[in-house]
Design a protein around this ligand. Structure first.
Ligand code: AMP
Length: 127
């Protein structure tokens, strides 16, 4: 079971942003910006382009709902959509509040936030 499946099942805690029958979204614990969110399918598939068409299309529509909430609730120009990384073998989309293109530089030091701050952000953008 991947770490993201453990998060979906509640075995590992997360700052939940949204959930439906097929998808789960939660704050990235090493955020590039306040509100940095991961969207994952409940189906455990490693590579996003190995997802079946319905799950892949639904994942983007699920991400859109969260991004729209982020647009409204956070101080950002847009929300960036990023798929990268080899770290966790469970497909995921990063949603990152964007004011400058450098905001999505994954080599930058990550923000250190308190649990209270994570919870405050999750409450602000949850749908
Ligand atoms: P990547 O595979 O490069 O997209 O990286 C996986 C992302 O998952 C990283 O940004 C991590 O900070 C994030 N991550 C890993 N474990 C957790 C966790 N337990 N809770 C929240 N985010 C996590």
């Amino acid at each position: 079971m991947t770490i993201f499946s453990k998060i979906i099942e509640g075995v590992i805690p997360s700052y939940k942003v949204a959930e439906d029958d097929n998808y789960y979204a939660f704050l990235d614990i090493n955020p590039l910006a306040e509100g940095h969110t991961l969207v994952v399918p409940k189906k455990e598939v490693d590579y996003i382009f190995d997802l079946d068409e319905k799950t892949l299309a639904g994942m983007i529509l699920f991400a859109k709902k969260i991004a729209k909430k982020m647009d409204a609730a956070l101080d950002c120009k847009r929300v960036a959509v990023v798929v990268l990384g080899l770290e966790v073998p469970h497909a995921h989309i990063h949603l990152i509040p964007l004011n400058n293109e450098s905001d999505v530089d994954f080599k930058k030091p990550k923000l250190k936030l308190t649990p209270e701050k994570f919870q405050e952000i999750a409450d602000k953008i949850s749908i």
